[in-house]
Design a protein around this ligand. Structure first.
Ligand code: B12
Length: 213
């Protein structure tokens, strides 16, 4: 099988919403394709298609939940295979999470995994995280950067609230802010005074390095 065919199989497996199919496709692709590529060009591509089908009414919420579950299992299976990068050399400390009111965490978790394997010390504080917790965790860990994920237009303002609270607490000079998630944009990042926006996990790694090294 060519790489293209393997990536297609990964994507189709996510769209099928079947965990077994995803795990089998990941096992098959593992020795042929680097883990970050399996995630971004295979699994995440399938999840994006699931989103499109859901929006068109061709898939329903239970399917989306099953696909999300299957994709998470696939990513977990790959975690051990992520490139070691500069691990141990600690490029910087990053607190990453999904803002309050928002339970979407697949993309955020991929970003955490990729940042970690690139050599950052990542504290992933989960999803639906209260605004204050980002600031408290940044203090506790001496973070250089906070990553904020939001997948819904209704939760985007949470990214601004974290920035405002960082300012109030006098931490904004010390802590960079990177935002992401499907409804976030470069223009939104500029509007709320974030340091950067990244469209996907690879770009998040590149931009974190630009800002912190
Ligand atoms: C999977 C999914 C779910 C799953 C989530 C499971 C989970 N554990 O995450 C479940 C079924 C639980 C769910 C629930 C809901 N969902 Co939903 N969901 C999706 C779906 C289909 C895919 C999201 C996804 O995982 N994509 C794949 C990942 C890999 O991509 P990603 O998240 O975008 O992440 C990438 C980048 O954005 C970026 N990134 C992400 N985070 C970060 C962070 C940083 C710091 C950086 C730099 C980059 C970055 O890098 C990632 C990797 O490349 C989207 C549709 C879509 N097109 O996005 C809807 C969608 C986000 N959901 C939506 C809605 C409305 C809901 C619900 C309210 C239920 C409903 N009525 O439909 C609830 C929300 C409950 C809540 N309070 O949060 C809407 C939001 C609409 C809006 N206006 O904002 C969407 C757009 C669907 C739609 N069109 O209606 N959902």
């Amino acid at each position: 099988m060519t790489s293209e065919e393997l990536l297609q199989e990964l994507s189709d497996a996510v769209i099928s919403c079947k965990k077994d199919a995803v795990l089998a496709a990941v096992e098959k692709a593992k020795s042929e394709i680097p883990a970050p590529e399996i995630i971004e060009k295979g699994l995440a591509a399938g999840m994006n298609e699931v989103g499109v089908l859901f929006e068109r009414g061709k898939l329903f919420l239970p399917h989306v939940m099953m696909a999300a579950d299957a994709m998470t299992a696939g990513v977990n299976l790959l975690e051990a295979d992520m490139p070691a990068g500069d691990r141990g050399k600690k490029l910087g400390v990053i607190v990453n999470g999904t803002v309050e009111g928002d339970v979407h965490d697949i993309g955020k978790s991929i970003v955490s995994t990729m940042l970690q394997s690139a050599g950052f010390e990542v504290h992933d504080i989960g999803r639906d995280v209260p605004i204050r917790n980002f600031v408290e965790k940044a203090k506790e860990t001496g973070a250089d950067m906070v990553g904020l994920s939001a997948l819904m237009t209704t939760t985007l303002p949470g990214q601004k609230e974290v920035i405002d609270l960082l300012k109030e607490e006098g931490l904004r000079e010390k802590v960079k802010v990177m935002i992401g998630g499907a409804p976030a944009t470069q223009a939104w990042a500029e509007k709320i005074g974030a340091d950067c926006y990244a469209e996907n996990a690879s770009e998040a790694v590149t931009k974190a390095k630009e800002l912190l090294l």
